[in-house]
Write a protein that binds this ligand. Structure first.
Ligand SMILES: Nc1ncnc2c1ncn2[C@@H]1O[C@H](COP(=O)(O)OP(=O)(O)OP(=O)(O)O)[C@@H](O)[C@H]1O
Length: 525
């Protein structure tokens, strides 16, 4: 204790000799407390030792301080004894404070090492390992076992930080590169908090911008709960129209905003008990076409203690501002540089002159080397159909996916591409976000993307979970003014960009998709 902190204590010193027996008992108790925890942490990796220390300290503060102080000194009425007790408590407080600051330093170093940037108050320490998830947060063995089966050995940076934040009951908005494991970062805390299946109404809702992504997230969730009873439901078209959720148990509902909103409007869905709401690909959900439905769903989730979280690989400032209006005391988590592409993707720009040049370049590149699976993005469904019609008669197994196809056909297209039956998938942006095709070797932007976010998400279908990938963007004369926008993303993720492109003037993205000549190898009149 600093002697000059209070005049009441000035001049009083602690006579350790005189109170030696009491002091010894006090220290004994402290030692007892300290030995409570290490047994728990014996399997934890050495880096996580500090967690044990902090927990021990917290525990001491919460339980042993007043109790020990009281039991040791309660029979003594002497002023000196009281002073001694207070002084010791002050010492311990100071020690606790010091340890707290040391912990903050350790957290900062750890975050730096993993490129984790956070803002907000009292942010929980990042997780060092799965062992810590078990010991610090009591993660159940079924979940750890399933993670093991999925081959998850180490947590990814977004998981290290977002999981403890959500588990501590804080809301968050997070931006982390494509393929960096955001899905598990929000599903894991939900599963841990819900603990077991219940028939008391929907407890968690995950909103995704497309049905394909909702279906994928449902599948991933089910893999994580293997061997444990949980009601995880994907909102299909059929369910939207026919379901009465008051009759069906559902712990986690995964859907597009449109379908949940529809069911809420028809009074078939009660979201008033929802405890967790996740907006995946949040920036997409806040775009004009979806924001009204999202807003309606957010309102329908009327439980005052709801925890909301937002995740995406791209999070524009406008979305952050909007997020702040619906969130309370949220933690902001950014992994690496905001809105940047994954560093494991080799990005290239290829000049093709005109629209005609694109098909020639594509055929030539396939003739030289086709390393499937390859994903080709075009700007709309008409062009998807056209390009598919061109490729289907070539000697490659191609398929197409766009919003005009029935749900079943879209699901088949995704499944066939996943299983390797299809080598080349021609797609619109309908599968540009979130879809996890692990082994995509190459993404080709046949049509220049219409925004930085579209570029980052499209190319992010390759190079996932630390694997390498390639992204080729074809450009025509008409696309040249917008090259610089992509060049910036390329340079930020460490790819080489020709100096002349970096020297181009910055230009705002086009508001509308440009008109492009039809894709055909027949000569145009
Ligand atoms: N800790 C981990 N260890 C190994 N693999 C992981 C881990 N976490 C997630 N993965 C795998 O990484 C892949 C990408 O994860 P996920 O789809 O969650 O990425 P994402 O960050 O949501 O990407 P996107 O921004 O494109 O939606 C998945 O195949 C997933 O199973």
């Amino acid at each position: 204790m600093e002697k000059d902190t209070s005049f009441l204590f000035s001049g009083i010193t602690f006579n350790r000799k005189k109170f030696a027996p009491d002091f010894a008992r006090f220290q004994e108790k402290e030692a007892d407390c300290a030995t409570d925890e290490p047994a728990l942490f014996e399997n934890a990796d050495p880096e996580s030792e500090h967690v044990a220390m902090v927990r021990t300290d917290k525990k001491r503060k919460a339980t042993s301080d007043p109790v020990e102080g009281f039991s040791v000194f309660k029979s003594s009425k002497s002023k000196k004894a009281k002073d001694q007790m207070e002084e010791t408590n002050e010492d311990k407080l100071l020690l606790g404070k010091k340890e707290y600051h040391r912990q903050l330093e350790r957290d900062a170093l750890f975050r730096k090492k993993h490129n984790i940037h956070v803002s907000g108050s009292n942010i929980p320490s990042p997780l060092q390992s799965f062992t810590e998830l078990k010991l610090r947060h009591n993660c159940k063995s079924y979940l750890l076992r399933n993670l093991g089966e999925l081959g998850f050995k180490e947590l990814t940076p977004i998981q290290r930080q977002a999981i403890p934040v959500l588990l501590s009951g804080r809301e968050c908005f997070a931006c982390a590169p494509t393929g960096s494991g955001k899905t598990f970062a929000f599903v894991c805390p939900i599963l841990m908090k819900l603990e077991r299946a219940s028939k008391d109404g929907i407890r968690a809702v995950i909103l995704c911008p497309t049905h394909e992504l909702a279906a994928q997230t449902t599948r991933e969730c089910k893999k994580l709960v293997k061997g444990k009873k949980f009601y995880i439901k994907l909102m299909t078209k059929q369910l939207t129209k026919s379901a009465d959720f008051s009759q069906q148990p559902c712990d986690i509902l995964i859907s597009t905003p449109y379908r949940v909103h529809y069911a809420v409007r028809k009074r078939k869905l009660d979201l008033s008990k929802v405890e967790y709401l996740v907006l995946d690909e949040a920036d997409k959900l806040f775009e004009l076409g979806l924001v009204k439905q999202v807003d309606a769903v957010v309102k329908a989730c009327s439980n005052p203690s709801i925890l909301r979280s937002l995740f995406s690989a791209t999070l524009p400032d406008t979305v952050e501002e909007l997020a702040r209006t619906i969130m309370h005391d949220a933690v902001r988590i950014i992994i690496g540089r905001k809105n940047s592409a994954s560093e494991t993707i080799k990005q290239k720009l290829v000049f093709v002159g005109s629209e005609e040049g694109k098909l020639l370049a594509l055929r030539q590149s396939f003739a030289e080397s086709l390393n499937p699976p390859v994903l080709i993005f075009v700007q709309n469904k008409e062009r998807a159909k056209e390009l598919y019609n061109e490729l289907r008669y070539d000697d490659i197994r191609a398929d197409v996916i766009h919003a005009d196809l029935p749900e079943m056909q879209r699901e088949n297209a995704v499944d066939n591409f996943r299983s390797g039956k299809t080598w080349v998938l021609v797609a619109t942006d309908v599968i540009a976000r979130g879809m996890d095709f692990k082994g995509v070797n190459c993404v080709i932007n046949y049509d220049f993307p219409e925004s930085m976010a579209a570029y980052v998400h499209r190319i992010g279908r390759s190079g996932r979970a630390g694997r390498s990938g390639e992204a080729i963007t074809l450009y025509t004369e008409a696309d040249v003014p917008y090259l610089r926008n992509i060049a910036n993303v390329m340079a930020a993720s460490g790819c080489e960009v020709p100096a002349w492109i970096m020297a181009l003037a910055k230009k705002k993205w086009r508001k509308y998709r440009p008109h492009r000549e039809a894709i055909s190898n027949k000569p145009q009149d």
